[in-house]
Design a protein around this ligand. Structure first.
Ligand code: NAD
Ligand code: LMR
Length: 340
């Protein structure tokens, strides 16, 4: 209902706005692709000092589009200015892993970014703010930001696994030679990393169980299981690395598209069936409370809620447990740094 919609104009903050994903994201937000054709937007672009010029260039091009919905654009390197009154915050900027950098160094660098940004969100964002973390390691960065903003209900924070979800839908659709729109209720579980579990056990294709459709297409249940284990799961889980290898840099337009879909569905509601997002666990499916893990989710417009009661078989359980173990290790590493 209209009561749960953000105010007009809607203030949207994008961090890392001068980067690749920012360049693919901002024009679509300003065109109305995220919140619809009737919703004026104000953009707040946060960068670090080295990134300000690139963000300024993007802002010049945004002006040149003369978007009817775009009311104004402000660029800053101060999180308190960038998040002031934000209804939507898309945290894209992060410290990339450089050659020779250990995982612990990466977590420390990102704790130094997402802690202060979370605190600034808690201090100055609008009361209805919703936040999606895109910058990697996205789940743990979201955990850090949420912990630094105790005044913001933790269910307003999410991390992006919609790209993994859409990748999985696309792979399954291609295998079955159906349109992606024929597929529903697929789930990404766990971390946005190579340990994630893309799960088709409850998915349907044109209303029929995906496992039956796969068995028919591939000549039996055993062949379907082999394709899922040997091709589908690793392809989806390693798609980010595949894009980096082929393209020479990490996914940008597809990541921006997924971030738009994540925020759109959270605010305007999921169409039919569930999607996937990393959200704070309350213990669902045995995922320790407080971890930011990907789950099957739906939204009625008031934010993502975890779909409960799905069954995981022993293999699925094992895959989810492995990804959760990685999330626990990331959380413990960040705790050891004193960032939680
Ligand atoms: P990029 O390097 O092109 O851009 C990142 C931008 O962030 C840079 O302009 C940089 O100056 C800025 N930045 C760095 N620290 C900042 C800070 N503290 N505050 C504000 N801005 C800051 O990278 P990209 O291709 O746009 O990717 C951004 C992030 O998204 C990376 O961490 C990448 O791994 C991640 N990513 C996530 C997914 C996902 O599905 N969750 C998919 C693709 C990429
Ligand atoms: C992706 O899934 O495309 C990215 O998270 C990959 C990466 O490491 O940036």
């Amino acid at each position: 209902d209209a009561a749960s919609l953000p105010p007009l104009p809607t203030t949207i903050t994008v961090t890392g706005a001068g980067g690749q994903i920012g360049y693919a994201l901002l024009f679509r937000i300003a065109s109305g692709a995220m919140l619809g054709p009737d919703r004026p937007v104000r953009l707040r672009l946060l960068e670090i000092p080295q990134g300000l010029k690139a963000a300024e260039g993007t802002a010049l091009e945004l002006q040149d589009c003369a978007f009817p919905l775009l009311q104004d654009v402000e660029i800053t390197d101060d999180p308190r200015v960038a998040f002031d009154g934000a209804n939507v915050a898309m945290l894209v900027g992060a410290r990339p892993r450089s050659a020779g950098m250990e995982r612990a160094d990466l977590l420390a660098a990102n704790a130094g970014i997402f802690g202060p940004q979370g605190a600034a969100l808690g201090d100055v964002a609008a009361d209805d703010v919703r936040i999606v973390v895109v910058g990697n390691p996205a789940n743990t960065n979201a955990l850090i930001a949420a912990a630094a903003a105790p005044g913001i209900p933790s269910d307003r924070f999410g991390a992006l696994t919609r790209l993994d979800h859409d990748r999985a839908v696309a792979q399954l659709a291609a295998k079955l030679a159906v349109a992606p729109s024929a597929i529903r209720d697929l789930t990404i579980w766990g971390n946005h990393s190579a340990t994630q579990f893309p799960d088709v056990a409850h998915a349907t294709v044109d209303g029929r169980p995906a496992l039956d459709a796969l068995a028919d297409a591939l000549g039996g249940a055993a062949q379907a299981a082999a394709w899922l284990d040997d091709e589908f799961v690793p392809r989806v889980a390693q798609r980010g690395a595949e894009i980096i290898a082929v393209r020479g840099s990490s996914s940008a337009a597809s990541a921006a598209n997924a971030a738009i879909a994540h925020m759109r569905d959270s605010i305007l509601g999921t169409p039919a069936g569930s999607t996937s997002a990393a959200v704070v666990s309350h213990g669902e499916y045995g995922v320790p409370e407080g971890l930011v893990s990907s789950f099957p989710v739906t939204s009625d417009g008031s934010g993502y809620r975890i779909v409960e009661g799905l069954e995981l078989d022993a293999r699925g359980r094992g895959r989810l447990d492995a990804s959760v173990a990685e999330l626990v290790a990331e959380r413990d590493a960040v705790r050891a740094l004193g960032a939680l």
